[in-house]
Design a protein. Structure first.
Length: 160
């Protein structure tokens, strides 16, 4: 507070003056979820498996998996409504790191499920994919639009 007062003469500073939830009535849901420009499921496909599993379990009412499903949907809507819906330079959509600890519960449920022999190799491949992306990522998305699949495909082919 002292530093804000020293810099601008006020005890508090609204650092998001020019930003906000300007797309709340027309959110970029598909872009946040699937776009090559920091789309959640393009760069962390394990979350698509988790989302599919929790949705399936919630619909069958076999387990209390409605909360993770709703949490993922809420976060997608929340950030799809934000003025900078892709949140800039990162490997995938960085806003979802906030809820990753909560999503470890569905991962544990998947690992202890009857069909874990299908999921464990899938998890290994998907975690390896995301880990390799973090190692080779050039620092930013350089496509010419939110949906430049050609750029992403060329990057993946030349990097792996």
């Amino acid at each position: 507070m002292y530093y804000n007062y020293y810099c601008n003469g006020h005890l508090s500073l609204d650092s998001y003056q020019q930003e906000g939830f300007i797309y709340k009535f027309s959110p970029f849901i598909a872009t946040v979820a699937f776009s090559p420009n920091n789309g959640l499921f393009c760069y962390a496909p394990i979350l698509l498996v988790i989302f599919g599993f929790t949705t399936y379990k919630a619909l069958k009412k076999e387990a209390n998996m409605l909360f993770p499903t709703l949490l993922i949907l809420f976060y997608i809507y929340l950030y799809a409504s934000w003025s900078s819906y892709n949140l800039g330079c990162s490997v995938g959509h960085r806003a979802f790191t906030d809820i990753m600890p909560l999503l470890s519960v569905p991962i544990a449920a998947i690992i202890y499920s009857k069909r874990r022999y299908l999921f464990i190799p899938t998890f290994i491949v998907l975690v390896g994919y995301t880990t390799m992306l973090t190692i080779v990522w050039p620092g930013s998305y350089f496509g010419n639009s939110d949906w430049n699949w050609e750029w992403l495909w060329n990057f993946l082919i030349t990097s792996f």
